[in-house]
Design a protein around this ligand. Sequence first.
Ligand code: TXA
Ligand code: MG
Length: 324
Amino acid sequence: MVEIVKSRDALAQALALIEAGDVVAIPTETVYGLAADATNGRAVARIFEAKGRPRFNPLIAHVSSSAMAEEIGELDPLSRRLVEAFWPGPLTLVLPLKEKASIHPLVTAGLDTVAVRMPRGFGAELIAALGRPLAAPSANSSGRISATTAEAVEADLGPRIPLIVDGGQTPVGLESTIVKVEGDSLRLLRPGGIAAEEIEKVAGRPLSRGGTSGVVAPGMLASHYAPNAAVRLDAQEVGRGEALLAFGPDEVAGAGGAVAARNLSSAGDLREAASNLFTMLQELDASGAATIAVAPVPETGLGEAINDRLRRAAAPRDSMANGQ
Ligand code: TXA
Ligand code: MG
């Protein structure tokens, strides 16, 4: 049974769950978020599990100070100006990911950018107490609208999460505005709680809208990490010159001859597999193998999102530009 605790009494309990690698629904000024330690891959995998998301969208890393933001993203003078004007508040900045950032690759979906925002209220307190960023998408199951009350979170996700921190109705009621900083220019990826005009006033320049390929929605595939190697799915054996991405305890035929090999989870645990997916694809790609042979992954639970990601990695490159 999910516990619902008023925010003024919930800090220690929420912190203990997050430190133990669990998820907690928390109020922010925009909408409720489903939070987990952004540096813990298995904890982040639980977010996707609870939301029933059929794919791994990149998540926002929530910070409690601009110093914490500087540790994970590259801020330039323009983004610093926006931070000063709008944080804490409903503005998310998509920034180049710092090379040594401790953010788990499941948070960024393997991208070299990271979405960062500093929330107000309970979320900021929890992050400061944890000392690390929290990954949090809106606390609703896939395809449902964002929750602005603890009751709405309970009705939707109640059976799947241990704790909802009740901060009452969220004051903004809309998700954060997402802006991508591209050198001197700014792109609006998602309209939200701060009007584009307000951002334009502070930035002293217009926001561009729409993606380069006519794609507006954030986190689109075109910008997702795609391996250089070809990807061969449902591999029953490893061919010459191939690298192997295995899953589960069974040995794949010819595994001994693989250029490089990783196992997403030798125990066959999908949560562990999700947390290893992006790192292992990158490692196998770096081995220089022309092809990565991928053993079958079951289509259940998180397997659906894992397979979605693998199918995208295997798709012919120019059919990916508009994929969702
Ligand atoms: O107000 C909000 O932003 C709420 C609260 C909980 O903070 N969060 C929220 O998260 O709305 P979510 O996951 O529902 O939406 C975040 C959006 C997604 O559409 C995702 O694709 C995009 O941010 N996003 C995250 N990282 C990105 C990146 N590196 N590049 C482009 N888009 C990104
Ligand atoms: Mg959402």
